[in-house]
Write a protein that binds this ligand. Structure first.
Ligand code: FES
Length: 306
């Protein structure tokens, strides 16, 4: 059912008209720039189908270019986790295969191990209640801010296509929980370093492992902490763990209601800062990929701390 949205009271009408004297436009502009930067970088990174792990670290550009050995650092970019396929990586689920080459897809075709997975966490963020508010304002200016004139009068809400698809958020949450588990596993594996033997021009993994910590390990752990804060503070998680109950103390509720209440309180505590978790985790996901990519290309050098 359609409704009509108009500014009432003493507010002037017309797009951008307002009686507000604060910098109301700053939030939407920063949101627009931040989300655009992430979208452009994420798409570009997924297109590369490479440099999602560090395969050499001798500092020789020639050896970096060869990149024929398994990863000598235990890092994996969150843009490529889980790694569905790869011709050389030990992280890959389908090892020894490059599907894009095997299927003779041109370089410009948007297919890669990254593209195969990014739709799932992408759908979770795209349908997030906070992000909806943010990009409705930043991209569609509808409304651009509270008490500011809108570009159009009609309003259909989220009750019809295409915005009714935002209701998929509750299902996207399950995928997000799965990806969070995957990234937590990756962060733990970032403490489990392949041991190597040196050859004159390169280092070769010798099949053994040892515990270690590098700068990349810390970056991956921080990324998982921030993603956990964002994911577990989701409104759908709140509903899942306790919000579906009308009354926590009613006798008709199951005995484990106390656990549900504690989980709901914890999720609610995170939810109160959902916007901050959303931005911090978005930045950390992007930066973790940038860090691993730069080290993989030999432009930055990772430091082993332990
Ligand atoms: Fe933001 Fe679910 S409400 S992730």
């Amino acid at each position: 059912m359609s409704q009509t949205s108009t500014l009432t009271g003493s507010h002037p009408e017309g797009f951008g008209s307002t009686a507000r004297i604060d910098n109301w436009w700053l939030g939407p502009v920063l949101t627009l720039l931040g989300l655009l930067a992430f979208l452009i970088y994420g798409t570009w990174a997924a297109w590369q189908d490479g440099n999602f792990e560090i395969r050499q670290h001798t500092g020789s550009p020639e050896v970096f270019r060869q990149a024929n050995n398994p990863a000598l650092y235990p890092y994996l970019s969150p843009f490529y986790s889980p790694l569905i396929y790869d011709a050389q990586s030990t992280h890959a689920w389908i090892k020894g295969r490059n599907l894009k080459e095997e299927w003779h897809l041109p370089w410009w075709f948007p297919f890669s191990a990254g593209f195969l997975i990014l739709a799932f966490p992408g759908a979770f963020r795209f349908t997030c209640y906070y992000y909806r508010k943010a990009y409705y304002r930043a991209f569609w200016a509808d409304p651009v801010a509270c008490g500011v004139g809108e570009p159009r009068k009609s309003y259909w809400g989220e009750n019809s296509l295409p915005l009714i698809l935002q209701n998929l958020h509750r299902y996207a949450m399950y995928f997000a929980l799965f990806f969070l588990l995957m990234l937590t596993f990756d962060a733990l594996m970032a403490f489990w370093w392949p041991t190597t033997r040196a050859k004159p021009t390169e280092l070769i993994a010798d099949g053994g492992h040892t515990v270690g910590i590098g700068v990349g390990t810390l970056i991956m752990v921080i990324n998982v902490v921030l993603l956990t804060g964002f994911t577990l503070g989701c409104n759908s998680v709140r509903h899942l763990v306790g919000g579906r109950l009308d009354c926590f103390s009613c006798p008709k509720n199951p005995e484990n209601v106390t656990t549900g209440y504690k989980l709901w309180r914890f999720s609610t505590m995170l939810n109160e800062h959902h916007m901050e978790w959303a931005w911090a985790s978005l930045f950390s996901v992007g930066f973790t990929d940038v860090y691993i990519r730069m080290c993989s290309l030999g432009i930055w050098q990772d430091f082993r701390l332990l």
